[in-house]
Design a protein around this ligand. Sequence first.
Ligand code: SIN
Length: 518
Amino acid sequence: MKTHSCDYIVVGSGIAGLYMALLAVKLGSVLVLTKGSIDDCNTKYAQGGIAVAMGKDDSPELHFRDTVAAGGGLCDAEAVHILTSEAADCIADLIRFGVPFDTLEGEITLTREAAHSVPRVMHAGGDATGEHIELALSRQARSTPIRVLENCLAGEIMVEDGRVIGVKALDCNTGSVEEYHCRFLILATGGAGRLFKYTTNSDVVTGDGIALAYGAGAEITDMEFFQFHPTVLRLPGVAPFLISEAVRGEGGVLRNADGRRFMPDYAAEAELATRDVVARSIVYEMKKTGSDRVFLDATHLSPRLVTTRFPHIYRFCLEHGLDITVCPIPVAPAAHYLMGGVRVNSWGETNISGLFAAGETACAEVHGANRLASNSLLESIVFGKRVVRRTETPCSPGEGQPSTSAVCYSLPEREPLGSAPPLKLPGLQSLMWDQVGIVRSGQGLQEAADVLATWEQSLPESSDRLSYELNNLVLCGRLMTEAALLREESRGAHFRTDFPQASTGWQRHIVFGEDVSN
Ligand code: SIN
């Protein structure tokens, strides 16, 4: 087997991966492994933007309070403090790397999104923030000695004497497997949105980093907390397309199939309630009216505001026969963001020496049970920067550990079902959508857990990209479903009809793995 070596290996080429690579290349040799092309990632689909307290009525403290309020009692205060207070410094890096944030008369323009007390969301190209970030970072990476290996899928983490020494990776074009050795391995592969039938996520988002880390013995936490975005275009024959929360932030309202505005019936904040509340309210309203969609109405806003603030959404809808300045937009919730992931401390360190994770792959307990809009791109850079800083300084044991309480479990063994449907991606996505989606029940979760365990026991050995991805998704589906079964309460994005209230006894994190320090 051919071997290669370098100082840093970064797996994934979204905002977290490329940003860390650009910082790390000043300290050593960097290899970025990405299973598709450099810009095959979720980052480029991010519309709304990136939250940072820079407006005149804003402060990191206010941003802290909004983040914690959205998180349903499970945010780690120290992690949120880091997120909100180190934001401005990392934004300055993005600007230095060439991200063209929108400005008006020389000042960065800020928009409002749900559950933010003030406008604090920076954007680029109106509603094309992620695309501009990805473009700027990949352009910047090309001008440095960072080596980017495309079509290269990390398939197994190599650990020796408790320390990571590298990864085995598959060349997706030739099928050959090679060893890549490194001092520091950083996982930044995004979440696991392809678990669900309806999702805003790119095809590449298949839980790879979480499955890799779990396979190597890393702890995985908060998997039951998956965020469903309330407003995703629902048009027959058109793939789910995000309609940014910023449309509601600029005054768009939600109407049911009968044309009635309904959010004030569910929450005082109406359309600007937290995402979990808005997504569930939409589900109830769709059920009441017997429809598979509601409508996001921006027709009362000035057409100029709509076309200049949301050029991407406007054009996309127009291409599909919908002029959103005169027609309400048909929308429904879809899977969007995984709050859980590889358990890391506030330096991005996992429980395995030399293994780090950042971005959506990681869980530093910053989002708690429900992420505040536009905190995800921010998390990627703030904690990404800390990962790189940590590689310069050896850590003291236990430093940066979350102060929240956690309970460690092993994935339970389950008897295989006598007859389960054959494992195919659409079947997995439907099962997760129906039984582990926005509204869950103990019975549905139990059914899903049995099917997933049966599938897991008959998985073929991974040999190509598709089989790796499917196996990774099944593992992530199991972690999510078992965690949702364990959590007998409703909190944030995790809602169970059989336990509809939050329980103080459950104000703790569920961790899968062998060892947990608190
Ligand atoms: C959006 O624009 O609504 C998505 C932003 C986010 O998920 O934070």
